[in-house]
Write a protein that binds this ligand. Sequence first.
Ligand code: HEM
Length: 123
Amino acid sequence: MTIINIADVAAHKTRDSAWLVLNGKVYDATKFLDEHPGGDEVILSECGKPDATEAFDDIGHSDEARALLADMLVGTVEGAAEIKQKPVPTRPAANTGPGFNAVLVPIALLGAYLAWRAYFLSP
Ligand code: HEM
């Protein structure tokens, strides 16, 4: 992964080369400017800035919009490890694993005990 200095990003804020910093990653939005549903001006106003994450997130961009970013990735901002990463929302993991069993197993045992008691100890 190419490491990009924030000063290099600042040099890419025109229609000829428009870089956008989102969550510590640098995206080349140049080719996308004309296709952007929100228009080119809004993107250009955020290009070259050290961080456009808030502006991008504030719009409430869809997962589809976020998926488009993958093809525009050019690198990671230098020192981006310290930037808090906001994960792309995905479907929550299935309810399995030790956390789930830790609840399910005692309930199953209790149920078995109650059934046994009702069957054998009923008058
Ligand atoms: C390369 C980065 C970007 C991509 C791939 C992108 C993509 C999209 C897409 C696909 C939509 C349609 C709605 C949706 O699916 O959410 C959209 C709408 C919009 N975007 Fe972006 N966008 C980017 C950057 C930005 C930036 C930096 C801004 C401004 C800060 C911005 C402002 C808007 C606005 C205002 C709309 C709403 C347009 C409307 O519904 O009238 N976008 N964007």
